[in-house]
Design a protein around this ligand. Structure first.
Ligand code: NAD
Length: 501
């Protein structure tokens, strides 16, 4: 019998074994085999991470911002040096192709590059002579200890979105990654130490909802960043706020792509293939609804999509020619296939059926084939719910206004795209649509690190986004100082509210 590796936590600058006695299995999604286990932290282990963070944070906050930033210069270098190892580690637990895992890590690395400029963004504001002999200045100080709770689908990018700005701003950070793919986050913490980060500034606590609740109620944690599904985002936001913490919580999505009659149809089809089926549809910015405008556009679009979906190459992450891999768990596969069943019951026209997909040699893997529904309508469950799998729904719209009304009326508001050659239509769409991230002939409009990422409506709770200048605001508190020196102070007490005359 082989002994299973049990991944623990990363506390106070080193790996530690779990002590709660509770574990979760980590699967290889391509085979369905258990490849390791991860410890699930209890309250005491979360407290140990908080204690380490509390000890280390004042010294880190007192380190000048440029020296803090230099850790990220070295960390970026280490990420590049170890890229092959990190991408393979990620793919092995998540299931996505190695090339896709590189993209996951690179999108996080770019946020680390962005925070190398944090000293500039932390400078604050100064007004000389705000009153008689009075100067006024606003400074940004770290929140103290921040925590991040992250989803399975981007185990490299999303932890880095959070810990890079938090740490560059002088905070200590506790990461609670997804229990599905915890190896990469642990390795990132090790590399941060190698890059020169003091022990205790980045801790990783593995776990499930018990660890999350311990973080949400811990009096020493000042800010919570969450990315995951909407019901949990809503819960985390409410609980964090009730415990006096600031919170930014990002949830699920149902991203539409409108295809106008004048669009280059081949470009639109290729865009839908990548955005709908890349990473097996397990991206919060995946396109899951195609909205062709006019029957002719719809017929031509569907005609071009069907053979491409049927020709998708599906394989394990070790197949470097695969377009997509398996979905993450047996439960995810069952849920996605259940929703395909539901779409059929609801009367949508199933043009390509990915249920029951089997790959020779990987019969136990969690594969779902590319799936296409046509004639989906807004009242159907497959339209309203986030499927988070390789399933694309075509909702036919009669006019541009009908097409625009669809994402506008949907519960979610993460991303949206329009494909057109018409500048007026594109501009009108980008201006009116009530969605946080808009693509014009760009199917996955994920903003780069120096802009901010975030959806609207049920895709986001809280008012500051990930990365960009919003992240600097989220991870700092503003303090405003009003200063006057003895030569400017008049004799005698002043009893009225001070106003500028
Ligand atoms: P999830 O909500 O199941 O889990 C996210 C995190 O919450 C994990 O760390 C998990 O351990 C924790 N968690 C799960 N159940 C909990 C509970 N009852 N109480 C407290 N914590 C709990 O999400 P997932 O399946 O890992 O990720 C997929 C979801 O994330 C999709 O809905 C996707 O759209 C969303 N997502 C959103 C964004 C975005 O930026 N908006 C980005 C990536 C993923």
């Amino acid at each position: 019998m082989t002994t299973q590796t049990v991944l623990g936590h990363f506390i106070d600058g080193k790996r530690v074994a779990g002590a709660s006695g509770r574990h979760a299995d980590i699967f290889n999604p391509a085979t369905g085999e258990v490849q390791a286990q991860v410890a699930l932290a209890d309250v005491d282990e979360v407290r140990a991470a908080v204690a380490s963070a509390r000890q280390a944070q004042p010294g880190w906050a007192a380190t000048n911002p440029q020296r803090r930033a230099r850790v990220f210069i070295r960390f970026v270098d280490l990420l590049n040096t170890h890229m092959d190892e990190l991408a393979a580690m990620l793919s092995k637990e998540h299931g996505k192709t190695v090339e896709d895992s590189r993209g996951d890590i690179v999108r996080g690395l770019e946020v680390c590059e962005f925070v190398i400029g944090a000293p500039h963004l932390l400078k604050g504001e100064f007004t000389e002579g705000a009153g008689p002999a009075i100067d006024m200045y606003s400074i940004r100080q770290p929140v103290g200890i921040g925590a991040g709770i992250t989803p399975f689908n981007f185990p490299g990018m999303i932890p880095m979105w959070m810990f890079a700005p938090a740490i560059a701003c002088g905070n200590a950070f506790i990461l609670k990654p997804s229990e599905r793919d915890p190896s990469l986050p642990l390795r990132l913490a090790e590399l941060m130490i190698e890059a020169g980060l003091p022990a205790g500034i980045l801790n990783v606590v593995n776990g499930d909802r018990h660890a999350v609740d311990a973080l949400l109620t811990d009096p020493d944690i000042g800010a919570i960043s969450f990315v995951g599904s909407t019901p949990i985002a809503r819960y985390v936001y409410g609980t964090a706020a009730a415990n006096g913490k600031r919170a930014q919580c990002f949830g699920g999505a149902k991203n539409h792509m409108v295809v106008m009659p004048d669009a280059d149809l081949d470009q639109a089809v290729n865009a839908l293939m990548g955005a709908g089926y890349g990473s097996a549809g397990e991206r919060c910015m995946a396109v899951s609804v195609a909205v062709p405008v006019g029957e002719e556009t719809a017929n031509r679009l569907v005609e071009k999509l069907v053979p491409k979906i049927e020709a998708l190459r599906i394989g394990p992450f070790t197949d470097d020619k695969a377009d997509m891999g398996p979905v993450v768990t047996r439960e995810a596969k069952a849920r996605i296939e259940g929703l395909i069943d539901r779409g059929v019951e609801e009367g949508a026209k199933l043009l390509v059926d990915g249920r029951g997909f089997k790959l020779q040699g990987y019969e136990g893997g969690y594969f779902v084939g590319g799936t296409l529904f046509d004639h989906v309508t807004p009242d159907m469950d497959i339209y309203r719910q986030e499927i988070f799998g390789p399933v694309l729904s075509v909702v036919r719209a009669g006019t541009y206004e009908d097409a625009l009304a669809l994402p506008m009326s949907h519960e979610y508001g993460n991303g949206v795209a329009i494909f057109t050659r018409d500048g007026d239509a594109a501009r009108d769409f980008a201006s009116r649509v009530n969605i946080g991230m808009v693509g014009i002939n760009v199917p996955i409009p994920v903003p780069l690190a120096y802009h901010s990422f975030g959806g609207w409506k049920a895709s986001s709770f809280g008012d500051l986004n990930q990365h960009g200048t919003d992240s600097i605001r989220f991870w700092t508190k503003t303090k405003t100082v009003t200063a006057r020196w003895p030569s400017g102070i008049k004799d005698g007490a002043e009893f009225v509210m001070p106003v500028m005359k």
